[in-house]
Design a protein around this ligand. Sequence first.
Ligand SMILES: Nc1ncnc2c1ncn2[C@@H]1O[C@H](COP(=O)(O)OP(=O)(O)O)[C@@H](O)[C@H]1O
Ligand SMILES: [Mg+2]
Length: 355
Amino acid sequence: MFIDDLLLKYDSDKISIGTLASHSSLQIVHGAKQEGFKTILVVLKNRLWFYKQFNHIIDKYIVVDHWRELCSEKVVNELQSENTVFIPHGSYVEYVGLDCALNLPIPIFGLRSLLQVEASQQAKMNLLKEAGIPIPRSYELGEEFDKLVIVKLPGAKGGKDYFIAKKPSEVIEKLNKLVSQGVIRDPREAIIQEYIIGVTAYYHYFYSPILNRLEILGADIRYESDIDGLKRIPQNFTVELGLEPTFTVVGNIPLVLRESLLPAILDMGLKFVKTTQEKLPPGIIGPFCLESIIDRNMNIKVFEFSGRIVAGTNLYLNGSPYSYLYWNEPMSTGRRIAREVKLAVERGELNKIVT
Ligand SMILES: Nc1ncnc2c1ncn2[C@@H]1O[C@H](COP(=O)(O)OP(=O)(O)O)[C@@H](O)[C@H]1O
Ligand SMILES: [Mg+2]
């Protein structure tokens, strides 16, 4: 792989940690600094003033007009000359596009081939299914169902234009409308999924290829407008208004789980690690997240995953109730990434943690 050749040219005593200035970048550079790395942010010109407030944890800025410039020769050369390990976060593909994300000639901390899987709603759910992780039932377009469903469109749009439906005809009608509006190309790009009643819970994992172990680093709840706000108005009004709830993420709320749920949660994470190792070698590297709903009987169904650091980890800049159990020191996911890079450098195993 071309990344192995690139690594040969890197000075492993002078590794920098770089990322796009957005999403969880402050946490990432904060953690990288704690572990003694030089830090680099690729930043949009109009946001530079904001990131400069944190000059003490950012060593270098690469200023761009558009995110897609990440893949330009100029930016790539600059990152390579700084021996940069690039950290892809939740906004990475959304900002630079799938093509640039897959082909960026910089070692990235994480499993690059997983980005391709995440680009398709169907492929994403198939991977979870193959792992033996419980998922909500899904339906073909036009297939009968007698439950509520949630219909999801392709791409990480933060729940934009997702809708809940009661009848197959309603699904077809709404998807066709979205096609005519140019929002999607084909109704079959969407997935139709059983709508699970319960509470949402998002688990933050970290798989370490160096220590060969899976850690639970935290959990959160996404605070989504307006689905999480509906309880603020009496139910008869929502019915009267014919309100279509949206799922736009506004922020994250910390969550500590019943300890009796933890074995099942770790077990699902281990299944995910194993399946990615089998289907997408070398398998997942570093942070990932399983997104779930837990129902009244404590059944967990995972409706999505993210193969990278999620924004919910920003809650735990100083460590979480779980990260303390493993590390006994403040350990954010950002710092954990940098710690893994440090361990890999010390052992001459950088090739194990980048793709
Ligand atoms: N099967 C489901 N049942 C109930 N709620 C769901 C289900 N799937 C998703 N949701 C809700 O919709 C939100 C967005 O769905 P998700 O699949 O995470 O899409 P996105 O790509 O936007 O993150 C979730 O955070 C959750 O609140
Ligand atoms: Mg999601």
